[in-house]
Every structure is written in C-alpha cells, then in structure tokens.
Write a protein that binds this ligand. Structure first.
Ligand code: DX5
Ligand code: ZN
Length: 220
C-alpha cells in the first residue's frame, strides 16, 4: 500500500481567496489538492476550468488531482494537462473510448485514473488495469460537495483493493464524497489510501486540526 494522502477538494474553499486556500491546506498537512471539474452536462453543476488551474498552479508544488466530471473528456484532458495537472481522472461512461482517453493522459505526461460512481460496476476496470495509476471510487453521486457518504462503497472499496493487490500494480485507491473524521478510519480499513475531503476540511476554521485528526484516524 501507498502512504496515505489527504486531498482537500477546493470545491468547498472560499473562491474569493482561492490561492490562499490552496496554500493553507498544504501548510496544514494535506499532500494533494483535489480539483473538481463539472460541466452541467455530465453532472448537474458547473465549476471551474483550466484557466483556474493555471492560476493556482504556481501557488503550490503539491500534486494537483484533477477530477473531470465532463462529457466528452478528451479535449479537457489536453487542456488540464497543459494547465499543469499532475493526475487526471475521468468517468468511463463519459468517454467514447476509455483506453484512448487513458492513453492520452499518459501521453500528456500525467498520471491517469478512472472514476467509478456508486452504481458503476467494477467490470470497466477489466483490461485497463495496466493503464491505471489510480482508481477513484465515488462515495456520493457526483455533482455537489457536502453530501452524505454512501456506506455500500466500503464493500466496493474492499473488492477494488483485492483487484489492485491481485494485479500487483502500483495503483492508488482514492475515495471521494462525504469523507469525515468519523468515517475515515473505516474507509482506510477497507483499503483506501487516498482521501478526498471538501466540506469536512474547508468547513472547519482550523485546517491543521481536522487534517491531523484525519491522519490519526487513518493510522489507528
Ligand atoms: C463531488 C466531488 C467531490 C466533493 C467532495 O462530485 O467530486 O470532490 O467536492 O466534497 P465533500 O467532501 O464535501 O463530500
Ligand atoms: Zn471530486
């Protein structure tokens, strides 16, 4: 397993002070920044594009984990890679050619991952495991921050952990949606190593305190 990573979702940050909000969570102990891209087509919400990524890129050396909730995906892969993404994940049902999109991410020099919605079966992982650096399990339906964690995703995480271990490949297992101090321990125990949290971090006044409590729960 990899060392754990906490990736605060800037969706819940104060957008009027976005650069400072990015810096603050990294200084508070987070390892990555999670960047949620929504298009009002694949998901019923609209957020931020490559211009915003380009603007925050110089603020931190921390890896920026771009979660594309857009359809189609390929043009956005190019745009976000050019804007400075380190990792790019997309939803397989949003791409006409999953293998081609994964190939494009790798060609652009980024790490690649697939995102599975709560109702998406694991079969989409067959035959592309060798292309993946990360698998992202949604523990809410994508589109909004601040939703409740869907508990059945814990068993799904255990199943994906087995798939990753059986593959023998260095693939991270990330979870996104409703992650809080009080459930992150159980999520880690299910085999997750990479934790996205938006409202649980940016909703607190003391980012270092909440990130510290999360890390303590993961280490238990
Ligand atoms: C949901 C986004 C998440 C979201 C997480 O579609 O992908 O990253 O912002 O927010 P919380 O942690 O508040 O559920
Ligand atoms: Zn996300």
């Amino acid at each position: 397993m990899f060392d754990p990573v906490i990736a605060p979702s800037i969706l819940s940050a104060d957008f009027a002070r976005l650069g400072a909000e990015v810096e603050a969570v990294i200084e508070a102990g987070a390892e990555w920044i999670h960047f949620d891209v929504m298009d009002n087509h694949y998901v019923p919400n609209l957020t931020i594009g490559p211009l915003v990524l380009k603007a925050i890129r110089p603020v931190t050396k921390a890896p920026i984990d771009v979660h594309l909730m857009v359809k189609p995906v390929d043009a956005m892969i190019e745009a976000f890679a050019d804007a400075g993404a380190d990792l790019i994940t997309f939803h397989p049902e949003a791409s006409e050619h999953v293998d081609r999109s994964l190939d494009l991410i790798a060609k652009k020099g980024c790490k690649a991952g697939l995102v599975l919605n709560p109702g998406t079966p694991l079969g989409v992982l067959d035959w592309v495991m060798d292309r993946l650096d990360m698998i992202l399990l949604m523990s809410v339906n994508p589109g909004f921050g601040g939703q409740a964690f869907i508990p059945s995703v814990l068993d799904k995480a255990k199943a994906v952990r087995r798939l990753i271990d059986d593959s023998g490949r260095p693939i991270r297992l990330e979870i996104d949606g409703g992650v809080k101090v009080d459930n992150i321990g159980a999520i880690a125990a299910a085999g997750v190593d990479t934790f996205v949290a938006g409202s649980a971090i940016y909703g607190e006044a003391d980012y270092a305190a909440v990130i510290g409590r999360m890390k303590a729960e993961i280490a238990r």
